[in-house]
Design a protein around this ligand. Structure first.
Ligand code: ADP
Length: 283
C-alpha cells in the first residue's frame, strides 16, 4: 500500500511510470486460492501482508455488496471508486458540476482524476493504519489496470457475472437510505429457465420500516444512463477482465441467485466457508 501511495503521489500530468510485471507464459485457468492466503485465521497472503483484491463486473451486478462483506471478513478496507466520485460530487466543489455531467451521462471520469481520488483515499487510510484493500470499480480501463500493475501487486480479481436482463432491473431497483446510508433493492428478479440458462430468482432487499420513507435513488440509475453504463462497461472494462485472465488472476463467479445463496457460494469458492466470522460479515 505504501508503494501505491508513493507512486500515485507523483501524479504526472500526462504520463505515469509503469513497471511491467512478468506474466506467466501459460497462465493457470483460475488462481489457486490456497496460494493467496494460507488460512483465514491469519487473513494474510503467503508473504505476510493483507490481501489486495479487485472486484470486476457490470453495473448492478453486486460488487459493492460482496466487496463490503468480504472486507469485513478479511479486515481490509473496501474502496469503491464510485463512492469516492459521489463523495466528491457532494462536496459541491469547483469540479462538481463538470463531474456530475459526466457521471449522469453514464461516462467514465478521466483516469487521471480517478487516480487522484484513489490516491487521496489510500493516503488517508494509511494514515489511520489501514493496509490491504478490496477495490470495487477500479480498474475500469486497461490504462488504469496498467497503472495499478505498475505500483502494486494484485493477488486476486473476482469477476462477478449476471445475466444482462437482471442487471438493468437491479440498477433500477437500487435505493439508499438518505439518513443511515443503508443500501436496498426493491427489484424482484424472477427469470424463467430457457434452453441455455437455468431459472433465476433474486428476492428484493427491502428496507426496514424506519428507512422506508427516506429512500433515494442514484441520479445515474435511470434506464437510459444504465444502458449507456453497460455499453461503456463492454467497451472499456471488458478488456480489463482479459488483462487479468491472461495473468491467471481472474476468478469467475456467476451469481446463482439472491444475496444469501450467492454469498454462501462465493465463500465456498474462496475457501472461506468454514469460518464463524462470515456470520458477522453478513450482518
Ligand atoms: P456502477 O454501479 O456503474 O458500477 P459506480 O458506483 O462504480 O457505478 O461508479 C459511478 C460512476 O463513477 C461511474 O459511472 C463513473 O462515472 C465514475 N467512476 C467510478 N469508478 C471509475 C473509474 N475507475 N474510472 C472512471 N470513472 C469511474
Amino acid at each position: 500500500m505504501a508503494i501505491l501511495c508513493r507512486l500515485l503521489r507523483i501524479r504526472p500530468a500526462t504520463s505515469y511510470t509503469i513497471r511491467t510485471f512478468c506474466s506467466p507464459s501459460s497462465p493457470p485457468s483460475s488462481p489457486e486460492i490456497g496460494a493467496i492466503y494460507p488460512s483465514l485465521a491469519s487473513k494474510k497472503t503467503s508473504d505476510g501482508r493483507n490481501v489486495q483484491w479487485v472486484f470486476l463486473g457490470c453495473p448492478g451486478v453486486g460488487k459493492g455488496t460482496y466487496a463490503s462483506r468480504l472486507s469485513k471478513l478479511l479486515g481490509v478496507p473496501h474502496i469503491a471508486t464510485g463512492d469516492l466520485v459521489r463523495d466528491e460530487l457532494n462536496t459541491k466543489g469547483p469540479l462538481a458540476s463538470q463531474l456530475s455531467e459526466i457521471v449522469n451521462q453514464g461516462k467514465l471520469v478521466s483516469d487521471h482524476f480517478i487516480i487522484n481520488l484513489l490516491s487521496k483515499r489510500v493516503e488517508a487510510g494509511e494514515a489511520k493504519g489501514e493496509s490491504g484493500f478490496i477495490l470495487d470499480g477500479f480498474p475500469r480501463t486497461i490504462r488504469q489496470a496498467e497503472i495499478l500493475e505498475g505500483v502494486t501487486n494484485i493477488d486476486l480479481v473476482i469477476n462477478l457475472k449476471l445475466r444482462e436482463e437482471a442487471l438493468l432491473a437491479k440498477c433500477l431497483g437500487r435505493r439508499t437510505c438518505s439518513q443511515c446510508g443503508g443500501n436496498y433493492n426493491i427489484a424482484c428478479i424472477d427469470i424463467k429457465a430457457d434452453n441455455e440458462n437455468p431459472a433465476m430468482f433474486m428476492p428484493p432487499l427491502l428496507p426496514p420500516p424506519h428507512c422506508a420513507s427516506k429512500l433515494i435513488t442514484r441520479s445515474d440509475d435511470t434506464e437510459q444512463v444504465v444502458k449507456e453504463r453497460l455499453r461503456i462497461y463492454n467497451e472499456k472494462s471488458r478488456p480489463v477482465e482479459e488483462f487479468y485472465r491472461k495473468q491467471g488472476k481472474l476468478l469467475e463467479f456467476d451469481l446463482p441467485g439472491g444475496i444469501s445463496e450467492s454469498w454462501t457460494k462465493l465463500l465456498q469458492l474462496l475457501n472461506l466457508d468454514d469460518h464463524e466470522d462470515k456470520r458477522s460479515a453478513a450482518a
